[in-house]
Design a protein around this ligand. Structure first.
Ligand code: HEM
Length: 452
């Protein structure tokens, strides 16, 4: 281990400067594989040879827990990852610093209460039924990109459930704007210097167009709720936008804050679930026996379950969990150390960037047996809960975790009840592209046929 990286003490093993230069392309094109390679080579705490900020990868269960849970107050979200994301979302709940987060979370939390979740079951079922009918109307023998359907359906669910708005007419525009904006900001985050936003580079032009599309979607969502009959905050059917408007009437949030939260929930609430569902269906298409078991479970439960308790679809839920283990949509969770810390015996200096990744922790061979294989059964028995972190952990854990499970399991169940998914040729999973979420490269192109 070298003593210093340009003045920063080396406190953990890691690659040297020339190794980083050799990896430049890999960092740009496949940063997840770069992290995997360094973790395999150097172990659970890796230091990269960067002086400002000193940069660490942490992938031990205890280390990740220390950063996200036990010593979370020592870590902030002021990192390059969240700065890049905030070019799109502004200061919404996902990117907010701790003070703003404390103000906002209580305003927003009531949108996710238990009775609302029951309503989400019906909304998700309708979206899945519409999607199944469309896929069915394509007829047998037609190859369809299921990923695009998932994005549209997940956006419809967010629109109806959180905003009380029908976004289906503009779904394609909004999902495209979301993906394009995220691609631009992620590219910006991967290079040390980017041109200022004002210079009309191709990337900046795409970002501006995407933000215009998102902003006008937000304006019409907010306008439609403002003219709708006002609801009391405790009235049944109250949704996120109603809560934000009520808070603005009390001067707890301004119009820019409302814009930032609505964009945050459009982005955090649909692309993640769509990605998980696309990978789930891709995995089921390559594991026909597992797919048959899901269909059988849904058939057996027909009538009662899909409108009530998820717990009655344990195998479908296990399939969704196993997909989140292998392809966790939010694959990167970063923090900045506010003060010094010591992780697994390695000193972490103030100001350090600490990188954790559910994608890496979920494939740790000391925690998960046969970690690369798709085996939903592992979630039917006791599993290492603390090392399963697709939704993060601690105070900043995902507010939409239950939402994602309800929507994901109901959509998966409803789709498998009606349709069979197959690869046109011998099934190979798409490659994964780690943008903000892990996307399937080129979509998920499948044959669908009606179940008889
Ligand atoms: C499979 C689907 C999803 C995955 C994998 C996921 C993952 C995550 C992760 C890992 C975090 C924590 C980030 C961190 O600690 O730095 C997070 C936070 C967040 N997620 Fe999700 N998410 C999903 C679905 C959703 C949904 C459906 C919504 C909204 C309806 C949502 C809204 C948010 C918000 C607002 C935050 C910030 C929470 C806070 O700091 O209080 N997510 N998500």
């Amino acid at each position: 281990m070298p003593a210093h990286f340009l003045g920063t003490p080396a406190t953990a093993p890691g690659p040297l400067g020339p190794d980083m230069l050799k990896s430049f392309n890999l960092i740009r094109c496949d940063p997840l594989e770069f992290l995997f390679a360094n973790w395999r080579k150097f172990g659970d705490v890796v230091q990269f040879p960067l002086p400002r900020p000193p940069t660490y990868l942490v992938n031990s269960p205890t280390g990740v827990r220390q950063v996200l849970v036990n010593n979370a107050k020592n870590y902030s979200k002021a990192t390059i990852q969240y700065r890049a994301l905030s070019l799109v979302t502004g200061s919404g709940l996902l990117t907010a610093n701790t003070d703003l987060w404390r103000e906002r979370r209580p305003i927003i939390q009531p949108a996710f209460h238990q009775e609302a979740m029951d309503n989400l079951i019906a909304v998700s079922r309708q979206a899945a039924d519409r999607m199944a009918a469309e896929l069915d109307s394509n007829g047998a023998g037609v190859v369809t990109d299921v990923d695009q359907f998932m994005l549209n359906a997940a956006l419809e669910v967010v629109g109806e459930f959180l905003f009380g708005s029908d976004l289906s007419a503009d779904a394609h525009l909004i999902t495209e704007a979301t993906l394009q904006a995220l691609e631009v900001v992620i590219k910006r985050a991967r290079v040390p210097l980017s041109p200022p936003r004002k210079i009309p580079t191709p990337g900046n032009r795409v970002l501006k167009r995407s933000l215009d599309t998102l902003d006008s979607a937000v304006a019409s969502i907010v306008e439609s709720r403002t003219v709708a009959q006002p609801l009391g905050v405790t009235a049944p059917g109250v949704n996120l936008v109603d809560l934000l408007l009520a808070a603005s009437a009390n001067e707890q949030i301004d119009l820019e804050g409302i814009r930032d939260e609505v964009v945050t929930f459009i982005i955090a609430g649909h692309e993640t679930v769509a990605s998980a569902l696309s990978w789930s269906v891709a995995l089921l298409a390559t594991h026909p026996q597992v797919q048959e078991r899901v269909a059988a479970e849904v058939r057996a439960a027909r009538g009662e379950t899909l409108d009530s308790k998820l717990v009655q679809l344990p195998f479908t839920q296990a399939v969704f969990s196993e997909t989140l283990r292998l392809y966790p949509p939010a694959w990167l969770i970063t923090r900045k150390a506010l003060g010094p810390d010591c992780i697994d015996g390695h000193d972490i200096p103030t100001g350090a960037l600490v990188i954790t990744s559910p994608a890496l922790l979920h494939r740790h061979p000391e925690i998960w047996s046969d970690p690369d294989s798709f085996n939903p059964e592992r979630f039917l028995v006791a599993f290492p809960r603390e090392s399963f972190i697709p939704f993060g952990a601690g105070l900043r854990q995902c507010i939409g975790k239950d939402f994602a499970y309800v929507e994901g399991v109901i959509m998966l169940a409803s789709l498998c009840e009606r349709l069979k998914f197959e690869y046109p040729a011998r099934g190979i999973l798409p490659a994964s592209d780690p943008l903000v979420t892990i996307r399937p490269v080129g979509g998920v192109k499948l044959l669908t046929s009606r179940r008889v």
